[in-house]
Design a protein around this ligand. Structure first.
Ligand code: ATP
Ligand code: MG
Length: 443
């Protein structure tokens, strides 16, 4: 008998859900964490959905470590050290009438685009306002119960299928960021698109030009933090989506430089998944930029870096800004990535490394150097000769993450994946079935 799903969840999250439940509010674990647990992967964060309003959530936690955030919809961030748990109130799909007062700058946006999305609803409403069936599975860790309102979430996850909830063209028009999210699922898990969803994705690529730049930048940050950055970017390119999302990166996607960047990112992903390294946004940015910097400001080509000169920082910054144009990374991320790149020469030549082992960006730069050494430098005993970071708050993952099973990627019809999801779903005490009418939603 497989172990309960509950054992795969951080006890802190079970406590959070338990506290909301004890205060009388129906509450579930939702979103990517449920997906990852069922696929036997380690969730990178947890989303919680509850009947409590944001103010009620704050009261349950006596306002401690909580922050109400969001303009488009309000939710609570529960903060514990570096980890943030998002607690959102059950919402429903907004009515078309609610969208009458569209912002001025969005007058040319698609007819069905949603601008206001903050109407509270029931847990069932909340499942049906979500984007894909595999993202709408709820888990109650107190009673160890999965709730699959659409009736297709668990089977689609088992079969590796991306399927919108409801009419795909309409759902993409309502919110074009869903196009990005659909292709991200393909890249991250090796899923395939259900045929109607796939057709609508291909017809809706350009809609992303109407999405808010801040949301797109936020998604970019999440992609760069993800351990599957390389395969997500490849899926974006294969679907013809990268041309609209990151046109300057798309233009160089088939160059040897990008090939090298993808190799670096792939190895980084493997190391994150095996617990050696903790995902760092600025290191991923540095990895994308490095091969282009070697070509543009270095002389020796791959692995040769560049010599220091006055103004190198600004050149590196420009390369980063250009590659990610028109999206904007924060000033801090860009600066951290530039510092990371600048430290690479020190690592390669082993110059005064001890004197910077306590710097904030050292762990990420060290990890990047180790990866470059594996892919290009091939300096013997390199890792052993790089001083360990002096501070533990950096990017090196000291603690092995719980429950991880290596880098195995699922896929459509993958028998291992089917078995994993089946066993995991069986492990829950019960899976609440959908009613027949719910099951018909996609017909
Ligand atoms: P990740 O593991 O990258 O966090 P995720 O699916 O959890 O993946 P989030 O952005 O954290 O992504 O969103 C949490 C959940 O909220 C999703 O699983 C989905 O159910 C819902 N959601 C997110 N974005 C949308 C959207 N644009 N439209 C509808 N539902 C969405
Ligand atoms: Mg999430």
């Amino acid at each position: 008998m497989p172990k309960s799903l509950k054992n795969k969840i951080d006890p802190y999250i079970i406590d959070v859900i338990g506290r909301l439940r004890s205060a009388g509010f129906e509450t579930y674990l939702v979103g990517g964490a449920v997906r990852d647990i069922l696929l036997d992967r380690t969730p990178k964060d947890y989303d919680v959905s509850t009947a409590a309003t944001p103010e009620e959530v704050r009261r349950v936690f006596r306002d401690r470590h909580t922050l109400i955030i969001g303009k488009r919809f309000r939710l609570v961030h529960l903060i514990r050290g570096r980890d943030i748990t998002e607690i959102s109130t059950f919402r429903k799909r907004p009515d078309q009438e609610d969208q009458a007062d569209r912002p001025k700058r969005c007058e040319n946006a698609p007819e069905n685009m949603i601008f206001h999305d903050n109407a509270f609803g029931t847990s069932r409403d909340d499942a049906f306002r979500r984007d894909f069936t595999v993202n709408a599975i709820f888990y109650d860790p107190i009673d160890d119960k999965l709730v699959d309102h659409t009736g297709l979430g668990v089977s689609d996850l088992r079969d590796g299928i991306v399927r919108t909830i409801g009419d795909p063209s309409l759902r993409f028009e309502e919110d074009p960021v869903r196009v990005l999210r659909a292709i991200k699922l393909v890249g991250q898990y090796g899923f395939t698109m259900e045929s109607e969803t796939g057709r609508a994705v291909r017809d809706s690529l350009e809609l992303i030009l109407h999405a808010s730049p801040s949301r797109l930048s936020l998604e970019l940050e999440k992609i760069l933090r993800n351990s599957y950055t390389d395969s997500i970017l490849k899926a974006f390119h294969d679907y013809g989506f990268l041309r609209y999302y990151l046109p300057d990166l798309d233009a160089v996607f088939e160059t040897p430089e990008m090939d090298y960047a993808l190799q670096l990112l792939a190895l980084r992903g493997e190391r994150i998944r095996s617990g050696i390294f903790r995902a760092s946004l600025s290191t991923a940015v540095a990895m994308v930029a490095l091969p282009f910097a070697e070509t543009e400001i270095g002389q020796a080509g791959r692995g040769g870096l560049w010599d220091y000169y006055l103004g190198v920082e600004s050149d590196l910054r420009h390369i980063i800004l250009r590659l990610f144009h028109p999206l904007v990374l924060t000033h801090r991320t860009t600066s951290d990535a530039v510092n990371n790149l600048l430290m690479q020469l020190r690592f390669k030549t082993h110059r005064r490394l001890h004197s910077c082992a306590d710097r904030k960006g050292y762990p990420g730069a060290r990890e990047f150097a180790i990866i470059q050494n594996i892919v290009a430098w091939h300096i013997p005993d390199f890792e052993d000769s790089c001083p360990l970071p002096v501070r533990s708050s950096g990017a090196t993952n000291i603690k092995r993450r719980r429950g991880h099973r290596g880098g195995r990627r699922g896929g459509n019809g993958n028998p291992d994946q089917a078995q994993t999801v089946h066993a995991a779903a069986q492990a829950a005490e019960s899976v609440e079935p959908a009613t027949e009418s719910e099951r018909d939603f996609n017909a």
